[in-house]
Ligand binder design. Sequence first.
Ligand code: BGC
Length: 412
Amino acid sequence: MKKKILSLTIAIAFTAPAMAQQAVEVLHWWTAGGEAAALGVLKGNLEKEGIKWNDMPVAGGGGEQAMTAVRARVTSGNPPAAVQMLGFDIQDWAKQGVLADMNDLANKEGWDKTVPLALQKFSKFNGKWVAAPVNVHSTNWVWANKAVLEKAGVKAEPKTWDDFIAALDKVQKAGFIGLAQGGQPWQETTMFDGVVLSAGGLDFYKKAFIDLDQKALNSPTMIKAFDRMSQLRKYADKDFSGRDWNVAAGMVISGKAGFQIMGDWAKGEFIAAKKVPGKDFLCFRVPGTQGIVSFNADQFAMFKVGADKVAAQTKLASAILNPGFQSAFNVVKGSAPARTDVSDAAFDDCGKKAIKDLAEANKNNTLVGSMAQGHTVPASIKNAFYDVVTRHFNGQIDSKKAAAELAAAAKG
Ligand code: BGC
């Protein structure tokens, strides 16, 4: 009997075709130093499970270019297994019926109980999990070089808008660049999230960017927000146009500039440069937005792929939701975990603050989606908003016209 089984096994071993190595193709826009380091954690974990990582990077924050690349792949009937995606983009792709149903895995692992509801709203479509959330970022942050502030005589972290402007003034007068600015529409609009929240408050932001209320969009308060953008522009250097966000972060890291207003992926750059929060740099909420968190969550939308690719895709989704991974990844990425049950022990002070702010905002109902990062309106409107914000920031239209154009863009 034993002999028979043995010969059968040998026969199978000889006749079965050599098994191809399982692989996942992942499309993402994590090309900066801190981002690549964080992605390396995921790659490494999958490789340990014997899964090959086929990398498909398409640079550009907010994911505009990445979405164009995905469109081409879906049209040709050959989508990648997983695509980094934000908010409404996930829902848009789900509507087209091209995303996979991950409910078996999600139910087995209890995602419903551990992923914050604000994220689930985007990860699920018609009750089915179609994306695996990897983090929670937020956009209303300021990053500052501590030594520059000391040299400029900025004694305390600015708490109000006026304090902030006074601090920018001091930094500029001391011979530094006040604001490290990246000159791309998505970056200017990311800054606009925090500026609108500070100028108008949470209810105003919701009315304008979630309800698309015409009266809020074209209002004196929105004009005030645009005026604040013009104020900030005066503290940027003359070469900001076209500059990448990580290059702008580098200006704060190296002590050329005092401040940057950017989502907490910027912290990934400080960490990659071995800088320490509290000692080398400071992180605080855009003055006037304390207590509010304008979030965006990176998720990996899972596309319907051929049967031979499903096992690797499932392992990728499971690896993304793994609590140990969520800690290790987000420590490096600058974000908070996309699960509520991950300890903050491994995080630095800014990471601990991000996790605490998120939990409090969730409890106090002051957690709101980031407009700039695709969490309040679909891409068609978001991109029209980008266009208005960038033309205003570059001095092509005044604040009054910008507010009117924002309202018109919302109708589209
Ligand atoms: C993403 C971040 C990313 C940033 C810059 C944002 O849209 O949510 O994960 O680091 O773009 O690339």
